[in-house]
Design a protein around this ligand. Structure first.
Ligand code: FIX
Ligand code: ZN
Length: 417
């Protein structure tokens, strides 16, 4: 028996990387908005630089009090970040490299420009053209937004109505309902859905009506919550009661998956504002219990702690009503993306979604997907080469089929299952 020639294996790997580099993606979790939301859709050099990932890193270099930074306007904050992270130091972190990849893919050499001239370059764009440019460069076929009826800037836009851009799909975000029930109940009471914060049947019915009205208004694809590492299910907390009596029955009735994102500790350092959230390891028996006690519900999950990733794969192996996705936030660095993608392919095959961008600024989809594609492409190429070494040569069509599953297809079939 002859072993496969190295050059055939190299060709296979190169073909896989080419296919991954050019396959269209559905980005299943972002914080971007339909362009009809106007200024809520962030883009341009200043927003790229004041992204909270970079602000957290800049504060490590800056010596001024936090409040002095926050008193500055956006451009002045961007100047401070640029100076701290790009001028006085080499921009080696993943978030800094992201700004550079974005500029590079837009055809800009940042070494030959200062911030005022970059600002001029961006100011020449009109939003609709720039949206097309970014989505084309990232090769996105769709984007899932994060849509919260509790957000006072966002809610009036939905209430006013607008013509949807079909590339921007909605996800109903309900954190306050599950993690700050008394406050959420006060809002729901104001909007006529509940009469008090009492956990009784009438209020559960009202909260379900609230979800149904908003899911319909925004055409939600799924319902979503982020949770602290202390999240347990079941327990005696209002969170468990509300999941059992409101969220899960609603999701079953409307055929929507429920996405959970455990692991975030909000405002560990409040002086950093949006950049001040931390993380902790979660107890994934909560997810096991949810999946096991509610087989008629479908769950999506991504978990923040690197230490949870192996067990998350094992939970997904046990429960086919769980679809895991993305390398979320602090795990969204090449070292961990590589590791998580391997873990998932090796334990789950192709029944997961390796990445979402979590972009908060439109232009970020360019770098996030550029970086993701390289890592996913090289890990996948290695896997197919391993298969070839075992005598199984995948065809070009099979590679395309598999990549399309990883880049949104598996998510879509899970949502429809
Ligand atoms: O809860 C979330 O959806 C998180 O992704 C955000 O809250 C976080 O600020 C973020 O942007 C992470 O990438
Ligand atoms: Zn997010």
């Amino acid at each position: 028996m002859t072993l496969p020639a190295d050059s055939r294996l190299d060709d296979l790997a190169a073909r896989v990387e080419r296919i991954v580099a050019s396959a269209p993606v559905l980005d299943i979790h972002t914080h971007l908005y339909d362009p009809a939301f106007g200024p809520l859709l962030l883009w341009g050099i200043d927003d790229l630089l004041v992204y909270h990932y970079l602000v957290a890193e800049a504060f490590r270099q800056l010596r001024e009090p936090y409040e002095d930074f926050w008193r500055l306007d956006k451009s002045a904050q961007a100047d401070r970040v640029w100076d701290a992270l790009f001028v006085r130091n080499s921009p080696v972190s993943e978030s800094c490299r992201g700004v550079l990849t974005t500029l590079h893919r837009l055809g800009i050499d940042p070494r030959r420009h200062d911030l005022p001239s970059l600002r001029k370059w961006f100011a020449a764009w009109k939003t609709p053209d720039y949206v097309d440019r970014c989505l084309n460069l990232a090769n996105l076929r769709g984007i899932l937004m994060t849509n919260s009826p509790f957000d006072d800037e966002e809610r009036p836009v939905w209430e006013g109505g607008f013509t949807r851009d079909t590339r921007f799909q909605a996800a109903l975000r309900i954190d306050p309902l599950l993690v700050a029930w008394p406050d959420a109940a006060a809002r729901l009471a104001q909007w006529g859905y509940v009469s008090s914060a009492d956990l009784n049947q009438a209020n559960f019915d009202g909260a379900r009506r609230f979800l149904a009205d908003w899911a319909r208004k925004i055409s939600a694809r799924y319902v979503m919550v982020s949770l602290p590492p202390s999240f347990r299910y079941p327990d005696t907390s209002p969170t468990t009661r509300l999941i059992d009596e409101v969220v899960l029955p609603f999701c079953r009735e409307h055929g929507l998956p429920f996405a959970l994102m455990p692991g975030v500790k909000r405002a560990v350092n409040p002086a950093l504002r949006l950049a001040g959230d931390g993380m902790g390891r979660s107890d994934l028996s909560a997810l096991e219990n949810l999946c096991s006690a509610n087989p008629a519900n479908r769950f999506l999950a991504t978990v923040l702690s690197r230490e949870n990733q192996h067990e998350l794969c094992v939970v997904a192996r046990k429960f086919r009503n769980l679809h895991i996705f993305g390398c979320w936030w602090f795990t969204n660095i090449p070292l961990v993306i590589d590791e998580m993608t391997r873990l998932r392919l090796e334990l789950l095959g192709l029944s997961f979604t390796p990445q979402h961008s979590d972009a908060r600024v439109l232009d970020q989809v360019i770098y996030k997907w550029d970086h993701n594609r390289r890592i996913i492409g090289s890990v996948l190429a290695e896997k197919y080469v391993d298969l070839a070494r075992s005598g199984w040569w995948v065809t070009e069509d099979e590679i395309r089929r598999d990549v399309s599953a990883l880049f949104g297809g598996a998510f879509e079939s899970f949502c429809q299952s």
